[in-house]
Write a protein that binds this ligand. Structure first.
Ligand code: NAG
Ligand code: NAG
Ligand code: NAG
Ligand code: NAG
Length: 396
């Protein structure tokens, strides 16, 4: 953890775009070693430093156990992860592998990799099938981190979600790469909730579950130029599974590409929701679809494995929603499905310039609605439902 002020270090500062006044705290452990205690010690030292500090994890491959890096710090702090950190293959007790908590003024960058080594753990994970299951650790958690920028980082093979954000304010993710196999369970790319002001920009997410999922209490999220797939697409929700949930508002998803995903852009709420919240101002615009099943979906009857009473209408209100300029190919014929709650029909849903083709033998593509009268603008391929259509028996 020496501090170097040599010419070569200044050169490195310039290369990394580090401001020359940040003090660098470097991990000096040899490649291949376990850096858990070195990183914790170094982080805490840097966190207590009175002016800007950088914790540097140099190029190389390191083992890293469960670690919690907790602020508040005395000044802005940056972690330059240049190497690869690998998790233990064993399943541990905590719900995270790496956690950053209560840090204001935070940067994480450097081109490095968090490798969650999820392969062995996926086989015992059944949380996607039941309420009662052993929760596997999320790879990287950000809890109550504010004024933060996470840039140029890769997450591989998380055991559970790759990245989870809660309690954030003003946080940007940019140039993030997330990779896990299509069949890996619960490996959501980035889950955000209970936060205000998050941007996810110019990133690539290929995983086994949702590309980006938005939980309750999320306000002001921008997702821009993100490519997803395979995986389950971009999802607001599921909402209403638990009590004490908060409203969702101000979600914009623009200029994104979805390829070979099980869903495109969707909003899902549980029937018989335990709370009566509102999800409003949710806008999807300029989305390119390549072989996407269920490209546009509002599902207020989301009830996997019959964990709920489907007879009760969802009590989550959906208001001011739009889907605009969405084009490409669908992997199944249900191109657009707007299934709103019969207790609380969706209000002010706008559908504009939709052009989705399906070429399968059971085609052409369809557009179905229930408990909603969407405002239509521009092109509609497939032809839009013009009025609420009654549900067919057995239709999900
Ligand atoms: C948001 O966070 C960034 C750091 O990533 C900071 O430079 C900027 O000043 C913050 N903006 C506001 C409005 O606090
Ligand atoms: C989306 O892309 C279009 C065309 O490439 C561009 O004109 C527009 O400014 C972009 N919108 C945003 C919000 O990035
Ligand atoms: C279409 O996407 C599905 C996954 O939803 C995938 O299994 C299939 O191989 C894809 N087809 C093509 C032609 O890429
Ligand atoms: C929905 O949009 C209308 C018109 O822009 C606005 O007056 C209303 O407050 C919005 N409702 C919600 C819940 O955001």
């Amino acid at each position: 953890m020496g501090v170097h002020f040599g010419i070569s270090t200044l050169f490195v500062f310039c290369l990394l775009g580090l401001s020359a006044n940040a003090k660098v705290f470097k991990i000096t452990s040899p490649t291949g070693s376990d850096i858990t205690s070195a990183l914790l010690k170094t982080f805490n030292e840097a966190c207590q430093f009175p002016t800007k500090a950088t914790v540097m994890i140099p190029k190389g491959e390191y083992k890293l156990g469960e670690i919690e890096m907790v602020g508040p710090c005395k000044a802005p702090i940056r972690i330059a992860l240049q190497g690869t950190v690998k998790a233990d293959g064993n399943i541990k007790g905590k719900d995270f592998w790496v956690a950053f908590k209560k840090i204001n003024g935070f940067k994480l960058n450097g081109g490095g990799v968090f490798d969650g080594e999820g392969n062995a753990a996926w086989r015992v994970n059944n949380c996607h099938k039941t309420f009662e299951c052993k929760k596997l650790p999320i790879s990287v958690r950000f809890d109550f981190v504010t004024d933060a920028k996470i840039r140029g980082i890769t997450s591989l093979d998380s055991k559970n979600f790759h990245i989870n954000v809660i309690g954030a304010k003003n946080m940007t993710f940019e140039d993030i790469k997330i990779v896990a196999p299509a069949g890996s369970p619960n490996t959501d790319g980035i889950h955000v909730g209970r936060s205000d002001g998050i941007k996810i920009i110019n990133s690539f997410i290929s995983t086994g579950d949702d590309c980006i999922s938005v939980g309750d209490g999320m306000r002001n999220l921008l997702v821009e130029r993100v490519t997803c797939g395979p995986g389950h697409g971009i999802s607001v929700g599921s909402l209403g599974r638990y009590g004490h949930e908060e409203d969702v508002t101000g979600i914009r998803v623009v200029n994104c590409t979805l390829q070979n995903t099980d869903n495109g852009v969707r909003i899902k709420t549980w029937p018989s929701a335990k709370c009566a919240t509102t999800a409003s101002e949710i806008h999807f615009e300029n989305i390119l679809l390549k072989n996407v099943s269920n490209p546009i979906l509002i599902d207020q009857e989301y009830c996997p494995w019959n964990q709920c009473n489907k007879q009760k209408p969802s009590t989550i209100k959906l208001v001011n929603i739009s889907f605009k300029k969405i084009r490409g190919t669908s992997g199944n014929k249900d191109a657009v499905k707007l299934l709103c709650s019969k207790g609380y029909p969706c209000k002010n849903v706008e559908i504009g310039d939709i052009n989705i083709k399906y070429t399968g033998a059971d085609g052409p593509a369809t557009f179905s609605c229930s408990n909603v009268s969407p405002k239509l603008k521009g092109t509609q391929v497939p032809k839009a439902c013009s009025s609420p259509v009654p549900k067919l028996p057995g239709q999900k």
